[in-house]
Design a protein around this ligand. Structure first.
Ligand SMILES: Nc1ncnc2c1ncn2[C@@H]1O[C@H](COP(=O)(O)OP(=O)(O)O)[C@@H](O)[C@H]1O
Ligand SMILES: [Mg+2]
Length: 452
């Protein structure tokens, strides 16, 4: 053991004071330095915190799911989108293994991620199925390897975007493409209908001549029958009448004469029926550039009803209240087309009804003529009510509906100065209301609102 050095009592006091003072100065200096360093440290700390908060804000504002892992593929950092996606939320994610976040059926696996770190590659738009809180969900994932200060891989950051969104966008695009194609097909169909209209007009014109021929000749034959009867009566007054009478009996001339009239009536009836059909066809295809005429909307409505109901293939109960003249100035053919469309829509809507019923009523109030057509189908859903008059809007399958019916009706009706509206009947079904300016004889031409 060595002896401790004892302070020498002979050292002068002044030296001690000097030493003490210099120590104090040194301490002051050191203290000031420390304070300076502390201020600098705090400033840097505040900067760091700001940068950290900024990065965290950027991270969290991203809608993509971000997950950063170390090289052992253990989660070290996530953003809010990830916390919302995975079970466990904010606290449960850090420290978990990536395998726990990826669905076993994922087409891209955790091993693929490990490989990208080893090979120092990027993952680009790979499909992952992630084990989200609500169940497995497909994602498109991009992955980037992270490096430490010495350029060695330190982990990987994965950014995932729900494939659902991309798929939805793709489906939307696909749907738009298909509806464009449908629209094209429907335009072709509309053009076909227009040429059918022209054909109908041509056929009606061509049929009219032979029909009047048949009709006229049938009438002539009927007149001839009367003359023949008179002639035969005169012949039988002759002295040789006995011979004629026998022949008359043998040839059953009386039966022939009596049947002749019935046969002629049949021909006349048939010809009249064909003549009416031709007139209807003519009206149907009448060109809107030709001037309008005055017609009874009730007549037109009856024809339209007959045409549709005769071909719709199932019985429909009709309550028609179409008494009284509903005179309108315009194109009867177009209004017939409008009513046929409305009746056809009603019949389509009642396809599933047990007892399809149509109520059709016409009234004249002041200067307006109003026709309502009500069906007992399911009615028009409120959310599509303002779209049914749009061209190509249809809820019917391709091939059954073109979505052009109401659009064309609307155009024709407004061109006649009228209105067409749809409403849901309180007791169910749809009511279509056609409102047109009535023909006013005193007004003179042009005042009824129709544009010829
Ligand atoms: N009486 C009705 N009852 C129910 N829905 C109707 C009725 N009339 C029209 N609609 C709806 O309006 C749509 C458009 O009708 P429309 O323009 O005639 O085209 P389309 O009959 O070719 O579908 C129909 O698909 C249908 O959804
Ligand atoms: Mg229709």
């Amino acid at each position: 053991m060595t002896d401790a050095v004892q302070p020498t009592a002979s050292r002068p006091l002044v030296d001690d004071d000097q030493l003490w003072l210099s120590v104090m100065n040194k301490m002051d200096e050191t203290w000031a330095e420390l304070v300076g360093q502390q201020v600098e440290l705090e400033r840097k700390n505040a900067e760091l915190e700001g940068a950290h908060a900024f990065m965290a804000g950027v991270f969290d504002s991203m809608s993509d799911v971000l997950v950063a892992c170390d090289t052992a593929l253990r989660v070290v950092r996530t953003n809010q989108a990830a916390e919302r996606l995975f079970p466990g939320g904010a606290d449960g994610l850090v420290g978990r293994l990536l395998t726990e976040l990826v669905d076993p059926h994922s087409p891209t696996t955790v091993a693929d991620v490990a490989n990208t770190i080893v090979r120092r590659q990027r993952l680009e738009d790979r499909e992952f199925i992630l084990a989200a809180a609500g169940g497995a969900m497909p994602f498109a994932v991009n992955g980037t390897v992270l490096y430490d200060g010495r350029g060695r891989p330190s982990g990987v950051v994965l950014a995932a975007r729900p494939l659902g969104e991309l798929r939805r966008a793709y489906t939307e695009l696909d749907r738009a493409h298909r509806s464009l194609k449908d629209a094209q097909a429907q335009l072709v169909q509309a053009e076909k209908m227009a040429s059918l209209g022209r054909l109908v007009a041509g056929v009606a014109h061509e049929l009219n001549n032979p029909i009047s021929f048949v009709y006229g000749n049938a009438h002539t034959l009927r007149r001839f029958t009367r003359r023949l009867e008179a002639y035969l009566a005169a012949v039988h007054a002759d002295p040789r009448a006995a011979d004629f009478a026998r022949q008359r009996q043998d040839l059953r001339i009386d039966m022939v004469l009596s049947e002749l009239d019935g046969a002629l009536s049949g021909i006349v009836d048939g010809a009249e029926r064909v003549r009416d059909i031709v007139a209807d066809l003519r009206r149907f295809s009448s060109d809107r550039r030709t001037p309008g005429t005055i017609f009874d909307l009730a007549d037109v409505a009856r024809t339209a009803l007959d045409w549709i109901l005769a071909t719709c293939g199932r019985p429909v109960t009709v309550h028609a209240d179409l008494d009284g003249a509903l005179d309108v100035d315009g194109h009867a053919g177009q209004m017939q087309q409008v009513i046929m469309n409305l009746v056809q829509n009603a019949v389509d809507a009642m396809e599933g009804s047990d007892s399809p019923t149509l109520d059709i009523a016409g009234t004249r109030r002041g200067g307006r003529v109003c026709l309502t057509i009500r069906d007992n189908g399911p009615g028009i859903a409120p959310e599509i009510m303002d779209r049914i008059f749009d061209p190509f809007f249809t809820t019917k399958p391709v091939g059954k509906g073109t979505g052009l019916g109401l659009a064309i009706c609307y155009r024709m009706v407004t061109e006649h100065g009228g209105m067409l509206a749809a409403s849901r009947h309180p007791a169910g079904g749809t009511t279509m209301t056609l409102d047109l300016p009535a023909f006013m004889p005193d007004d003179g031409p042009g005042n009824s609102g129709a544009e010829a």
